[in-house]
Design a protein around this ligand. Sequence first.
Ligand code: ATP
Ligand code: CA
Ligand code: CA
Length: 437
Amino acid sequence: VATVYLGLGANLGDRSANLEAALERLAALARAELRLSSVYETPALLPEGAPESWNRPYWNLVAALEFEGSPAELLHATQRIEADLGRIRGERWAPRPIDLDLLHWEGVTLATPTLTLPHPGIRGRAFVLDPLAELAPGLRLPGGSGMPDGQMADEGASVLELARRHPKHQPRLMGILNVTPDSFSDGGKHAGLDAALAAVDAWSGPVAPILDVGGESTRPGAGAVSPDEEWARIRPLLEALRARFAGRRLRPRISVDTRRAEVAARALALGADWINDVSGGADPALLELVRAARCTYVVMHSLTVPADPRATLGRDHPPAAQLRRWFEAKLAELDRAGIARDRVVLDPGIGFGKTPFQSLEVLRDWERFLAPSLGVPVLAGHSRKSFLKDFSSAPAPSRDPETLGVSLALAAKGADLLRVHDPVLHHRALLAWSHVR
Ligand code: ATP
Ligand code: CA
Ligand code: CA
């Protein structure tokens, strides 16, 4: 049995339904559960002189499939699926209800008239690199696959590094679903279950592939909440999300923003995929749960929770350099606790233990977290935070223009993940931005 990475794309008809149908068929070919990336909405790749009407954005994702059989057999099977879903063999890169490309076959390089492995386009395509980097961040593609004009640069770069450097790289969005009556930035707007679920519908597909559900406000001065109270707030939403996405392959990952082991245990039992820990791994019981559950773990740097404006990093070294050292030590510590880096996400904790100016410096200096690569995605949580007050008089709920400006700058730097209050605004802006980059 070999692991094969397949690229899926759709830009005609109901893109969601086409991808779901193709995944259903691929699952039937696989020896194990498919592993899926997020969905990305991306500009169409067009040949010189293509009709303007072909410029229709794609939904793209990557699937990892355990396959027992030959490359020729799998190619044949995927072409059969394409035909069954209405693909008409037409001109190159014409709009299509589904395209299935064999991207990479573990241990195989091949160049026949009908099949090239790895797929020759990978390195040049953000719509392949971004989703592939989720499933195989450390993968180094054999050969100089896909470099234009015989360039041989990047020979030794991992897929994650290639994705970050691509001009059309798009960060994944984590949408914030606060079910707290006292949250700083949305005033508890999503506190009602119906409002939260309406947001989830608007954030479906490629908009917010991760939903971050939180029941404790960590803003400066927030009151303490008992674990039982925190659980009572988030439980109805977790149950509703579980029901809503039951049986769906294209579904968001559910992240739970908690630093309490009791809450995390109950959330994991209800199907949470990620634990987002603002305490930075302070509780060994939480780490033990994460280890056993094999979930994704976001570990955020903080000095105090809730944030205390008086406790900040020292001023003797650039804050991003201090945080990079903290990341390295934390990864080693988590590894010793049985949490390997393939499930860790790092978060420097904008606004937690940093002065407003230090938060800004961390964002400006973002490259320091990405290169040399730690092999781990790094998340930015700057949305609507108070450091923006240095140049904006807008109150927290109205700070999305400032947030978006920072987000686009971070996207250009290669940021992996953005945790934001308004994913629809971000998705629209990033799609336009990537059409022009
Ligand atoms: P691109 O291959 O640049 O993404 P495309 O997907 O639009 O373009 P198709 O019309 O789907 O191209 O495929 C053209 C041919 O490419 C197929 O008939 C297939 O035999 C061949 N091919 C070569 N290598 C691969 C591969 N790794 N995966 C899928 N098809 C491949
Ligand atoms: Ca293709
Ligand atoms: Ca193809």
